[in-house]
Ligand binder design. Structure first.
Ligand code: 8OZ
Length: 365
């Protein structure tokens, strides 16, 4: 039987174990530039089979929160080089999560104070995070404007360009953020996408932007260095779909031939219950749809896993398990899971923004 501590070959990368550090937003990159403190934080966690970076804006337009990092300016790339170097020096491997927030943003964070962009001009009933004079606060997102179809090829190119930047900054690969109610998820789902052109209406049309992005990024890096994160039923950031099973089964069938390194699925509500509205969702059917369509990469599961659940998931066909909150408080999570040592608990007040406190000061065993 496969154990969490067995290696996994992700393309040419040998992961020494099946434990993945999930992407975690921590708002500690002023001016979107990764800092030496961030390098220390990721390096402390380098014993994970794979680290996935916090969500990283592919363009200024793709940014939606204060002090999240970017991957489009020279100083940002230099900041990330320090991070990837520190992780590699500790013997780790790290992918960059590529992010466009779409409507989950605020005019104060957008270029020229413009409206955030979205598939349709429908505001998300959700909050974003601003920092003013060093003080953070959660504020309502701004009213978005609907993207013109003529702007979409530019966004696809922005993803591709960011993927190239990620590799030049030393990342081992990228994960496209298709989850949690951000731009690509907004296009996928009926509640946020009311377009009447080729990018709205049918499942095929709503999935078009995501699939165009995936094809371009795979063409740039080769499939083995590309993953995709999805959250079929999460209500995060006010998204919802009338038939998520059909929608995501279709997406999986289309992804099958792309030779992706992995598909990363958030099961249930992000950071919350695995059951949403008592509506059952068949994740095994998703995996089968992907495999039947030729998907050969890793099936990565996430959301509220502990060691026992993770071992069970591996026995039932998952290849990798991503841990989020446990990784915030336990830099040596691999060793703790191996030895059965107790886990440090997360301090909630230091999750978003700030410095070393609640970031790099969680003790290893
Ligand atoms: C928490 C706070 C801000 C952003 C996600 C990138 O949910 C995020 C995020 C999480 O994917």
């Amino acid at each position: 039987m496969t154990s969490l501590f067995d290696p996994y070959d992700l393309g040419a990368l040998r992961l020494p174990n099946r434990i993945v550090m999930a992407p975690l937003t921590r708002n500690r990159a002023p001016d979107a530039i990764p800092t030496p403190l961030m390098a220390q934080y990721y390096a402390q966690r380098a014993s994970a089979g794979l680290l996935i970076s916090e969500a990283t804006a592919i363009t200024h337009q793709g940014q939606g929160y204060a002090d999240v990092p970017g991957l489009y300016g020279t100083e940002q790339l230099d900041g990330w080089k320090r991070v990837t170097q520190a992780v590699h020096d500790e013997g780790g491997r790290i992918f960059c999560q590529l992010w466009h927030v779409g409507r989950v943003s605020h005019v104060d964070l957008q270029p020229g104070g413009q409206k955030p962009v979205a598939p349709s001009a429908i505001a998300a009933r959700t909050k974003t995070y601003l920092i003013k004079d060093g003080v953070g606060s959660f504020v309502a997102t701004s009213e978005p404007r609907a993207l013109d179809a003529g702007e979409l090829p530019g966004i696809v190119r922005d993803f591709r360009h960011a993927a190239r930047n990620a590799v030049s900054a030393g990342f081992d690969g990228v994960e496209v953020h298709g989850a949690n109610g951000y731009l690509l998820d907004q296009f996928l789902k009926t509640e946020s996408n009311q377009r009447t052109d080729d990018y709205g209406g049918s499942i095929k049309n709503r999935a078009r932007l995501l699939l165009e992005v995936m094809r371009e990024v795979v063409e740039e890096l080769g499939g083995a260095r590309v993953g995709l994160r999805l959250s079929p039923v999460t209500p995060a950031n006010d998204v919802g779909d009338k038939d998520p099973q059909q929608l995501f089964d279709y997406v999986m069938r289309q992804l099958g031939a792309m030779n992706l390194g992995y598909v990363h699925v958030i099961e249930g509500a992000t950071g919350g219950p695995r059951d949403v509205d008592g509506r059952p969702f068949d994740y095994d059917a998703l995996r089968r749809a992907w495999r039947d369509a030729g998907g050969k990469g890793a099936w990565m599961v996430n959301n509220g896993y502990d060691k026992a659940m993770a071992e069970k998931a591996l026995a039932e066909g998952a290849d990798l398990v991503a841990f989020g909150r446990p990784y915030i408080a336990n830099p040596d999570l691999v060793e703790r899971l191996r030895s059965g040592a107790p886990l440090n608990q997360v301090e909630k007040t230091t999750l978003y923004g700030g410095g070393a406190k609640g970031y790099t000061d969680y003790p290893a065993l």
